[in-house]
Design a protein around this ligand. Structure first.
Ligand code: NAD
Ligand code: UD1
Length: 346
């Protein structure tokens, strides 16, 4: 039995593939490299020294998906593939609704045809909209979401629940990620955003090594102790391990199950700047600007359900997240393109 990992060449997918391979699972990665690079596959081999299958395919391509299910004995699917930029989704809502929903429709049609009933889905804390209080529990009200990307996550959750209720799928595990950051300790895989990053940690990493001049802190007048926004940052390797834990349960326990995947601890933007400076010994210049539209003051998880039912708990603290993010950044100043310089040694 193999595990199909859609979007397995991406940031979270690649780290999950490492943990799956190291836990003894056989995997098939399907990715179209729309937001990743083929080089990541070499890096997965370098880290794990284990074989895996790869299919260059668009998840929205039904013929390609059927061919994958025909060729391999797939026992479960971890579905990462999709578009994920909040800002871009506001500019191109049709593209986001079409891409993300059609990918899930096509995947589920192919799963139904091939009688594969076990699915783990990448959801997001964004489905909670602007929660009134923190920590956020899984039974908090959902929405209204603040952008089309978030709405596609909420819609996909709903669709997958309905498919499980109707018996099209047997096990649906919806993992609501908080703020994944960091990188594998090898420095071989990490987050490689196209262009100027939107999210805090990739931006700080680039400022820290001088690739960007300064960080804009979006608001210091929130009702938080230092006035900046508070989030639940989670090491991507901890997040990857949550998928292995969810997979183990999903293969045994049917039904729809929803879990927050976070640390349960919130850090402000100023605390993150300080942690990054401490971890690297380099200053992170910043200026305070207006709030970013749509941002909430405080968002952090109550992850206790995942600990109770999946037996999973985040292990790494903020210092380790910063050290690992910096190792990836400094070893790969141009992300996966760095290999072209031929300076990179495995
Ligand atoms: P990513 O863009 O790095 O990875 C997604 C991968 O999917 C990429 O390799 C991309 O090439 C591939 N892909 C996209 N559309 C595809 C398609 N139609 N067919 C085949 N491959 C396709 O993103 P990520 O940060 O690793 O996120 C993975 C998942 O987790 C996404 O669904 C995202 O919405 C969700 N998520 C991410 C975060 C975050 O902060 N990174 C937070 C919450 C949820
Ligand atoms: C973002 C997404 C959210 C997604 C989440 C998962 C947006 C608006 N939301 O959330 O849908 O689920 O990632 O990772 O993109 N900040 C700065 N300066 C910057 C960048 C960010 O001060 O240059 C601040 C933000 O105001 C926020 C914090 O840093 O307080 C974290 O921001 P970010 O990394 O973008 O994540 P989220 O906004 O939490």
């Amino acid at each position: 039995m193999k595990i199909l990992v859609t979007g397995g060449a991406g940031f979270i997918g690649s780290h999950t593939c490492v943990e799956l391979l190291n836990s003894g699972y056989e995997i098939v990665i399907a990715d179209n490299f729309s937001n990743s690079k083929p080089e990541v596959l070499n890096r997965l081999t370098a880290i794990t020294r284990k074989p895996f299958d790869f299919c260059e395919a668009d998840i929205r391509d039904r013929v390609a998906m059927d061919a994958i299910f025909d060729r391999f004995d797939i026992g479960a699917v971890i579905h990462f593939a999709g578009l994920k930029s909040v800002g871009e989704s506001v500019e191109k809502p049709l593209e986001y609704y079409s891409h993300n929903l059609n990918a899930t429709f096509t995947l589920c049609e192919s799963m139904e045809k091939h009688r594969v009933g076990c699915l783990i889905f990448s959801s997001s804390a964004t489905v909670y909209g602007s929660p009134d209080t923190a920590p956020v529990r899984e039974d908090f009200p959902l929405g209204p979401t603040t952008n089309p990307y978030g709405e596609t996550k909420l819609m996909q959750e709903r669709i997958l629940r309905d498919l499980e209720s109707a018996g099209v799928l047997d096990s649906v595990y919806l993992l609501r990620y908080f703020n994944p950051i960091g990188a594998h300790e090898s420095g071989l895989i990490g987050e490689d955003p196209n262009g100027i990053p939107n999210n805090l940690l990739p931006y700080i990493s680039k400022v820290s090594v001088g690739k960007l001049p300064y960080l804009s802190v979006y608001g210091n007048d929130y009702p938080t102790p230092d006035g900046s926004g508070i989030r639940d940052y989670i090491h991507v390797v901890d997040l990857a391990r949550a998928h292995v834990a969810a997979l183990r349960c999903a293969l045994k326990k049917k039904g729809t199950h929803v879990y927050n995947i976070g640390t349960g601890r919130g850090y402000s933007v100023f605390e993150i700047i300080a942690a990054y400076e401490k971890a690297t010994g380099r200053k992170v210049p910043y200026v305070v600007t207006d709030r970013r539209p749509g941002d909430v003051a405080v968002s952090y998880s109550d992850p206790s359900l995942a600990e109770k039912e999946l037996g999973w708990k985040a292990e790494y603290g903020i210092e380790r997240m910063c050290v690992d993010a910096d190792r990836w950044q400094t070893k790969n100043p141009d992300g996966y393109e760095t290999i072209k310089d031929k300076f990179f040694q495995y």
